[in-house]
Design a protein around this ligand. Structure first.
Ligand code: CMC
Length: 431
């Protein structure tokens, strides 16, 4: 990193001090204000982190104006076209795409870590059948440290690596177990002869009486390709709310399973990962094209809490490159998937997008479809139930969360994350 300085002057006191201007490989320069309080007796105020960089990271880069998303320097469209999800997970976690033999080793290890401790079955069975799967995910992932406490020395890089691999490997198994529990179907064990996405589909949909994979070991390649694509697009997104939650929780030295569980809780919100579920509900509520104008007006009405779900993004102010890729994939999946037919909700989504993109409110506020506007259409075509959509996001984002956790834990001189505030309560008073 190169360093320049920037002088900040307090006009009321005349006090001034120099602060370093930090520059990453690419992207907006950043003022290092960590010594602001010491030098000038001031704090910064930035609710929602509109202008604040919380850390240094070499994992993901976004240029919101240009619609650029890079994982470890590689453009998202190239990764989406040429890689599997586990190749991308290796890239995010280790910094490089692996050679064929290294990738095979990595995938073999994921397979080895996929099994859940058998006692977790009774833990899962303890949930009521209609529990939201995200509620189950938070609890079950948080409980992993109770089952896997032998490698929890966070000062040991090998322990950290094993914990990260466990979470990557077990997340789809836990997710499928939550689904099976909710519908009263028997739990399906993971199979290490299947790829990550094939394995997940098999654990979700296989029945003792009717195998998901047929006698020729056939599993619809369109479904596998679509799942890989969605997992890749959701795998990481730099310091988003859930990743920042994972980092903040980790800064206390808490065990990684608890930190990832905190991230899952943050992801659940409708402003973040919960949006994919909310988009489908919204499209179902809109129902027909003639009702679009009414919902657009509701979204624009300041007195109405309704927002167009799947629209807008804190960082992307031009287009979300992930949405462009998913929109195209919707056509391929709906046309190519065996037994699938034209989905009227996709037609409705296309019309809604067209309508909003021509509306002055959305143009002026630079609100575009985000990754979640179309992802639910594909999940629906894959027979994933709506309340599992955010769980699907969780499986994918685990690759990003553990990568950020590994990066952070390896950084020397880590400090607990501890923001300050502007106090607006009473001044000191006596009883
Ligand atoms: N519908 C209607 N108005 C909107 C929308 C929307 N979807 N999004 C933003 N606005 C308006 C908002 O009311 C505000 O107007 P004003 O300046 O007049 O007060 C302006 O646009 C800026 O919005 P903001 O809430 O200050 O922007 P933000 O960066 O804090 O929030 C967001 C970003 C994604 C939370 C927000 O756009 C939103 O709530 N979108 C709908 C939920 C959604 O699709 N979330 C998924 C995000 S992508 C996946 C992920 O990150 O997990």
């Amino acid at each position: 990193m190169t360093e320049e300085t920037l002088t900040i002057r307090n006009n009321s006191t005349g006090k001034e001090a120099d602060f370093s201007l930090l520059k990453g490989t690419i992207g907006t320069p950043v003022i290092d204000v960590s010594s602001l309080n010491k030098k000038m007796g001031l704090f910064t105020y930035d609710p929602g982190f509109m202008s604040t960089s919380s850390c240094k990271s070499a994992i993901t880069y976004i240029d919101g104006e240009k619609g650029v998303l890079l994982y470890r320097g590689y453009p998202i469209d190239q990764l989406a076209e040429k890689c599997s999800f586990l190749e991308v997970a290796h890239l995010l976690m280790n910094g490089e795409l692996a050679s064929d033999s290294k990738q095979a080793e990595f995938e073999h290890e994921v397979g080895q870590h996929a099994m859940l401790h058998e006692a977790m079955r009774s833990f899962i069975d303890g949930f009521h059948y209609d529990a939201h799967p995200m509620a189950m995910m938070v609890g079950i992932v948080g409980s992993l440290s109770a089952f896997y406490h032998s490698e929890l020395d966070m000062n040991d890089p090998e322990h950290r690596r094993i914990s990260a691999m466990r979470m990557l490997a077990k997340m789809p198994v836990i997710a499928a177990a939550c689904y099976r529990h909710s519908i009263g179907f028997p739990f399906v064990y993971p199979r290490s002869d299947l790829s990550y996405c094939e394995n997940f589909l098999n654990m979700m949909f296989s029945l003792p009486s009717q195998k998901y994979i047929d006698k020729d070991n056939y599993i619809d390649p369109v479904a596998v390709k679509a799942l890989n694509l969605l997992f890749i697009l959701h795998a990481d997104h730099e310091q988003n709310a859930s990743t920042s939650t994972v980092r903040l929780a980790s800064s206390t030295g808490a065990n990684p399973y608890a930190c990832i569980a905190a991230g899952i809780g943050a992801l659940w919100g409708p402003a973040h990962g919960g949006a994919n579920e909310a988009v489908l509900s919204m499209l179902e509520e809109i129902g027909t094209v003639d009702r679009i104008p009414m919902f657009i007006e509701k979204a624009k009405d300041k007195n109405d809490p309704f927002r167009l779900m799947g629209f807008g993004h804190r960082v992307y102010k031009n287009f979300d490159p992930r949405a462009t890729i998913i929109r195209k994939a919707c056509y391929e999946v709906l046309e190519g998937l065996a037994g699938s037919e034209k989905d009227p909700l996709f037609e409705l989504a296309l019309e809604l997008e067209k309508y909003a993109l021509n509306d002055e409110y959305f143009i002026e506020k630079k609100l575009y479809p985000n990754v979640d506007f179309y992802s639910g259409i594909i999940y629906k075509a894959l027979n994933i139930p709506v309340d599992m959509f955010t769980v699907m996001f969780t499986i994918a984002r685990t690759a990003g969360w553990v990568s950020h956790w590994l990066e952070m834990m390896a950084e020397p001189g880590q400090r607990i994350g501890r923001p300050r505030q502007i106090y607006t309560g009473h001044d000191i008073r006596n009883i």
